[in-house]
Design a protein around this ligand. Sequence first.
Ligand code: SAM
Length: 251
Amino acid sequence: MSSGAPGSGPVSWSGESAEFDDYAAEYQGGLDNPVKRMMGSSPDQFIAVKTRWLMRREPALRTGGLAVLDYGCGVGSLMRVLAGTGARAAFTGCDISSGMLREVEKRWPAPLGAPPALAPQQGARTPFADGQFDVVTVSAVLHHVPVAERPAVYAELGRVLRPGGRLYVFEHNPRNPLVRHVIARTPIDRNAVLLDPTEVRHGLLDAARYDLDTDYLMFMPPGLAFLRPVDRVLAWLPLGAQYVVAARKPA
Ligand SMILES: C[S@@+](CC[C@H](N)C(=O)[O-])C[C@H]1O[C@@H](n2cnc3c(N)ncnc32)[C@H](O)[C@@H]1O
């Protein structure tokens, strides 16, 4: 498949939806890996490290009114855990895998109300209007995007974010040896190419203007709640298992 990326001419696009469709029904956030299982007993514990960070960073998630896109939403875990811990937002999920998108509705608990709006990524095009979202989250997606296709993704993320909007890119930290160990042994990651925060920052800035900062997350096993304060103290140290690049688009 090939498609035009805004402002960058035609790009080839692998569009390997089927690769992720194969994992959709059983997707458990990589918890099939025994080392990862030692760190936490449920996939949601790992997602909750990111959602707690987001709830602190975006207090308006509690009061409602934000239009939030979760790009590469997979089975919808980030939106589901956010909603389950009190976030009120107009959630939209998009993903290259229609199999993953089908799982979002299946796994969305009825007490949380209507499931998010969903749309399949259309090749290089993210199927939303310019400036449609206040907040865009991208969690554990970019390492699956072939390096040559990442500039088109950065361009689309910048396009759908409104002026003054915020973009949060969560990724595995390649500097953490345990992360590299787990990724090398996790089936869904067989084609993954990890990227560090510098690559994310440069990729974003090549596509749009942003104010940027980076936090490191998940120094302690997510299953051990009493160690959470340690994570917050160490957020500056580039060794956490995860990082988040926070990008604010000037108003
Ligand atoms: C490891 S899963 C992460 C899912 C979810 N964001 C989470 O944190 O649980 C990676 C997801 O990225 C999606 N994906 C990969 N390449 C993509 C692309 N170019 N555009 C949109 N989604 C993509 C896959 O289909 C898959 O659902």
